[in-house]
Design a protein around this ligand. Structure first.
Ligand SMILES: [Zn+2]
Length: 359
């Protein structure tokens, strides 16, 4: 049975009738369609372009498909209808077409350096094994691999690249050869420099970006997923580390303090910026709206560009077509215009995923 929705469709800003047949959109009237919503503002579903439904609170791997589904449902019920999972220690390819789960763009496990990254989350390998591990994880995901570009080095007491520059470049080459896109975790200045110039597809966090690198990203079309919610936790990380690693603690605070200006500069330079919460582990799911508000309030992005970053633009980037003929039947409806008051995204009137009304 077809559904019918009418309202102002964004970003085109036109009153339109949409018909939803199974999980597809049609602009042609469908016989016998049931009208489920009239009025309000209609967006393609929101996107969390960096979260982890395979990592539970406490930074441990989920133990079942059901546990991953529960985490995904927290995002979904907040209007997030497409997720890019930026690294999962628990494989869940069975959820790719699950009717209850948002559209999924998935990396396999994080590829990480030995004994430095979060325990039991990544595949930890020395430099010589990085390219082969990237290739193996490329087949575990559905189009993405995730590389940990830097992390604390407890030997030096500060952030440091995960491996040498040649290995970082080889990791990017291995992802290319495997035909997948590569997302890289970076906090510091050093690793991100090598990785951006090696042509990664997306920089996650990116607190160490210089203006030079931002220009390079704009030229290449490299995406930035700032995860501002995560960066706000750097103060807590620094407090815990203060006694043993004071240099690291100072570095993290400086990166945090400089970050709104980095995101603002990236946006102004034309770098594609996307909404990602980094939920999973220390950050709760369902906070995409809060990340959107941070992008506006801290980084100064205009509301309409934040909406692009967290809806139609991100969907296009991830390969999930929006509200066009033959597009995917995922949408959210808001009572008020989110371009006028972005806080509106906190409370969708309707959430429709794969042609089913969930709210
Ligand atoms: Zn993450």
């Amino acid at each position: 049975m077809a559904l019918h929705v009418r309202g102002v469709v964004l970003p085109d800003d036109e009153v339109r009738d949409l018909w939803l047949t199974e999980d597809r959109v049609s602009l042609q009237p469908q016989p016998g369609a049931v009208t489920v919503s009239t009025g309000g503002f209609i967006l393609p579903g929101l996107v969390d372009a960096h979260c982890h439904i395979g990592i539970a609170a406490g930074s441990r791997a989920v133990r079942s498909l059901d546990e991953a589904k529960k985490l995904a449902a927290e995002d979904r019920d907040a209007g997030v209808l497409a997720i890019r999972d930026a690294g999962s220690p628990y494989p869940y390819p069975q959820l790719d077409d699950d009717p209850d789960v948002p559209r999924l763009a998935r990396a396999g496990r994080h590829v990480a350096p030995p004994r430095r990254y979060l325990r039991d989350i990544g595949v930890e390998v020395p430099a010589a094994q990085v390219p082969a591990t990237v290739a193996a994880q490329a087949t575990a995901g559905n189009g993405w691999v995730k590389l940990v570009g830097d992390w604390i080095d407890r030997g030096t007491g500060d952030l440091a690249p995960a491996w040498d520059a040649g290995t970082l470049r080889a990791a990017v080459g291995a992802a290319r050869a495997a035909g997948v896109r590569i997302a890289v975790h970076t906090f510091s200045e050093e690793a991100v420099d090598v990785l951006v110039r090696a042509g990664v597809d997306s920089v996650e966090h990116g607190t160490g970006l210089s203006l030079d690198l931002i220009d390079e990203m704009a030229r290449q079309g490299t995406a930035l997923v700032p995860t501002m919610i995560n960066i706000e936790t750097f103060g807590d990380i620094a407090s815990v580390a203060q006694d043993r690693f004071p240099g690291y603690a100072r570095h993290m605070l400086a990166l945090r303090d400089g970050f709104p200006a980095v995101v603002r500069a990236a946006y102004e330079a034309g770098v594609p910026v996307y909404v990602g919460t980094d939920a999973g582990g220390g950050i709760a799911h369902g906070l995409a709206a809060e990340e959107m508000l941070l992008l506006r309030d801290r980084a100064g992005m205009p509301a309409v560009d934040v909406l692009r970053a967290g809806s139609w633009g991100a969907r296009e980037w991830l390969g999930f077509p929006g509200l066009v003929e033959g597009g995917l039947a995922d949408l959210v409806v808001y009572d008020e215009d989110p371009r006028e008051d972005l806080r509106v995204v906190r409370s969708p009137r309707h959430v429709i995923l794969r042609g089913r009304v969930l709210r």
